[in-house]
Design a protein around this ligand. Sequence first.
Ligand SMILES: NC(=O)c1ccc[n+]([C@@H]2O[C@H](COP(=O)([O-])OP(=O)(O)OC[C@H]3O[C@@H](n4cnc5c(N)ncnc54)[C@H](OP(=O)(O)O)[C@@H]3O)[C@@H](O)[C@H]2O)c1
Length: 271
Amino acid sequence: MTVVVTGATGRTGSRVAQAAEAAGLTVRAASRAQGFDWRDRSTWAGTLRGADAAYLVFPTDVGSPEATRAVGEFAEEAVSLGVRRLVLLSARGEERARPTEEALRVPGAEWTVVRAAWFAQNFSEGPLVEELRLGGELVFPGGEVREPFVDLRDVADVVVAALTAGERYVGRVLEVSGPRLLTFREAVADIGRAAGRELTYTPVPARRYGERLAGFGVPPEEVDFLVELFESLLDGRNAHLSDGVRKVLDREPRDFAEFVREAAGAGVWKA
Ligand SMILES: NC(=O)c1ccc[n+]([C@@H]2O[C@H](COP(=O)([O-])OP(=O)(O)OC[C@H]3O[C@@H](n4cnc5c(N)ncnc54)[C@H](OP(=O)(O)O)[C@@H]3O)[C@@H](O)[C@H]2O)c1
């Protein structure tokens, strides 16, 4: 089976590519580095032709109107080229991602949606890590809300299971989380202990956080989108566990402590 892995240089895509190869699939990496651009439809057919399946991850956020449009058009093009097995990464509790999930369900598609909790790797890769590493502080609109951070290796294993388990997960929404609820404060404290340094967590209202982002040069429409996203996603609606990892992989999800130990060992949060 040849699987097109979008976002293959990113956090989830790189791990999906690795897990897919370990499962014996042929991976066709697809990001701008390989000439595939979500914003340029003329690059899609060459990426899809001859493949059997695709992992879809839309950059920045699955809940943007742009994601809905692109995922729908991509799914149509994929099915028309015989690429019927489609697995989309979505987000748990994100109402605005539902139209994108709907857009995947084009006639002929063997679709699966994987709705993930907050990534544990948000603390080790991506925009939050520099602030923690260099400033020793995480300023974030996470209040004291609890979240079951999920390890991306588990997300990738679930995606690969959806790709390879025949009809089993076709037409299904799989919700995946870690095994334990933690506040952002507790997560940062765990990271600080493992990294051997004092790290602090400073909760701020989403609007104030948006002002900070604007100060860092994030465009106004993206700031508005993120403020609304954080206000809704971090209101406690996701303070519960999901059993997708256990149901699909027949094992417990990796604990946040394991992620922290490994990332600290690799020196991720060294000043
Ligand atoms: N963060 C969370 O906790 C969380 C939770 C649930 C769901 N999600 C969803 O996860 C998704 C982000 O996934 P991720 O963290 O794996 O992404 P990521 O690490 O930010 O990587 C983005 C990937 O997309 C590629 N890319 C960027 N712009 C592109 C374009 N115009 N055309 C083609 N490829 C492009 C990048 O590679 P190039 O630069 O080489 O193109 C990169 O491989 C979003 O949809 C978000 O809603 C996030």
